[in-house]
Design a protein around this ligand. Structure first.
Ligand code: G3P
Length: 225
């Protein structure tokens, strides 16, 4: 399982801007930036586009969520085995827009690892970071829900939550990397997050709602160089 030291994860969510073939157009733009910068750009498309996006890009693709349901006789769920068959390298879980209980988080981390898939577990606050880091996921993403989509970066609005999350993770896990997300819209937001100890970022609207996907991805990628 390849781990990415400093990932820039783009969560496409369910924005209409990336509906249908536009997810593929988006992936092509991101691939173009990745060729220019040595940055681990990872794309998280809606499940309906995951296979198509995975087929047209060399970039790693992750699911926005997975369910701890049976592989085989289960209906309407997204199970880890199927996202793997579609080319995903892992999954986001417990995003504040799709919360799950802690026992399921713990079970999914194990199940993903058993499939050589990476786990990117979201946490809303330092308390949740503390609990989840004891499960040693590959990544914990601290994302205060109240800042998501607001264009005011967590690294500026609440910098201590990043440094405290990094500290909490170091106390509980020697392997888990810390990401942060929510409100990231420009290069200085990313630079600040990395300075505070984050290993990478999660971003959505700052890129998807921008006037140029390519240039915005390039701007945020340049903070990693
Ligand atoms: O998963 C990342 C996402 O929740 C951050 O959203 O729009 O504030 O970049 P946004």
């Amino acid at each position: 399982m390849k781990l990415f030291s400093r990932p820039l994860i783009i969560n496409l969510k369910n924005y209409l801007e990336i509906g249908g073939n536009d997810s593929i157009k988006f992936a092509r733009k991101a691939t173009g930036v990745q060729k220019k910068y040595d940055v681990d750009i990872i794309i998280s498309p809606p499940i309906s586009s995951l296979l198509a996006v995975s087929n047209i890009t060399q970039l790693p693709v992750v699911s926005q969520h997975v369910d701890d349901e049976y592989v085989g006789p289960s209906t309407g769920f997204t199970v880890p085995e199927i996202i793997k068959s579609c080319g995903a390298v892992g999954s986001i879980i417990n995003h504040s827009e799709h919360k799950i209980d802690l026992l399921t988080v713990k079970n999914l981390i194990k199940r993903l690892r058993g499939l050589n898939l990476i786990s990117i577990v979201c946490a809303a606050d330092v308390g949740e970071v503390n609990k989840i880091s004891s499960f040693s996921p590959d990544y914990i993403a601290i994302e205060p829900p109240e800042l998501i989509g607001k264009g005011i970066a967590v690294s500026k609005a609440n910098p201590s939550i990043i440094s405290m999350s990094v500290k909490a993770v170091r106390n509980n896990s020697t392997t888990t990397r810390v990401l942060c997300g929510a409100g990231i819209v420009n290069k200085s937001d990313v630079t600040k997050a990395l300075e505070l100890g984050a290993d990478g970022i999660l971003v959505a609207s700052g890129i998807i709602k921008s006037s140029s996907w390519y240039h915005k991805i390039e701007e945020l990628s340049s903070a990693f160089v």
